[in-house]
Ligand binder design. Structure first.
Ligand SMILES: [Zn+2]
Length: 247
């Protein structure tokens, strides 16, 4: 309760500050120097991560409507897209005698092996048609290097290369980010952790995300890991209600 109260207060604070600056948080045209610009990061809303896809997340397609509703609350909306070459080392099919779910070393870091997914140019790699793209300013692709995976939208798993998302958000004057999408226990979690690590004030919108849950508690554990890192956790309705209140 305490946490959720704090979290609600924080959403209100962000949006209230925006309102006092003539809605810095709601007017895309506001100049970047107000330091309250809020960005929404939509992680990997792709067919392969939704029911019927090769790495399906249960009910992964059920969050699209909420994500579309939320987009209008932010100054800037960006998306990430998992985008692998077919010889990617994270695919069990590319590792002799290995099966999905097994863990190996790839690029010097631990790597869970996955079924083939998000192959460049395939239908499974496409963003869901239902996702409103009219406000998405840029899409950052990740996982393009076959030698290392990239859960985070900011860096590969060895933190060797940046995707450009961090610099882009800073150039756009963003100080605060909200993260949604798939999957909660991998790409959403690591995107949020990196955002917080880069100094963005970071919030997870919990019900606008779903976990793949290789182990049953992975989603719950991921939320706890984010809270432990100082990331706020809120519900979509709190963001939408806070906005309405400031109108
Ligand atoms: Zn992937």
């Amino acid at each position: 309760m305490g946490r959720s109260k704090i979290a609600t207060g924080r959403v209100l604070a962000c949006l209230a500050v925006g309102a006092s600056l003539l809605s810095a948080c709601s007017e895309p045209a506001r100049v970047a120097d107000e330091a309250t610009r809020c960005a929404l990061i939509i992680v990997d809303m792709q067919y392969d991560f939704t029911p019927g896809g090769s790495l399906a997340v249960e009910d992964g397609d059920q969050i699209v409507g909420l994500i579309n509703d939320l987009q209008g609350e932010f100054d800037l909306v960006v998306a990430t897209q998992d985008w692998h070459p077919s010889d990617h080392g994270s695919f069990a099919s590319n590792q002799e005698g290995r099966r999905p779910g097994e863990v190996i070393q790839l690029g010097g870091v631990e790597q869970v092996l996955w079924p083939d997914h998000s192959i460049q140019g395939s239908h499974g790699a496409e963003l869901l048609a239902e996702l409103d793209r009219s406000r998405i300013a840029r899409i950052f692709r990740k996982g393009t290097d076959p030698e290392i995976d990239s859960y985070s939208g900011f860096f590969d798993n060895g933190k060797r290369k940046a995707t450009g998302l961090g610099n882009y958000l800073k150039e756009e004057g963003v100080s605060e980010v909200y993260v949604v999408g798939l999957a909660l226990d991998y790409c959403v979690k690591f995107t949020a952790l990196d955002a917080q690590g880069l100094g963005f004030d970071t919030t997870l919108i919990e019900d606008a995300s779903r976990a793949v849950n290789l182990s049953p508690n992975d989603g719950i554990d991921a939320v706890q890991a984010m809270k432990d890192a100082g990331i706020q956790v809120v519900k979509g309705a709190e963001v939408l209600a806070a906005r309405t209140q400031n109108r």
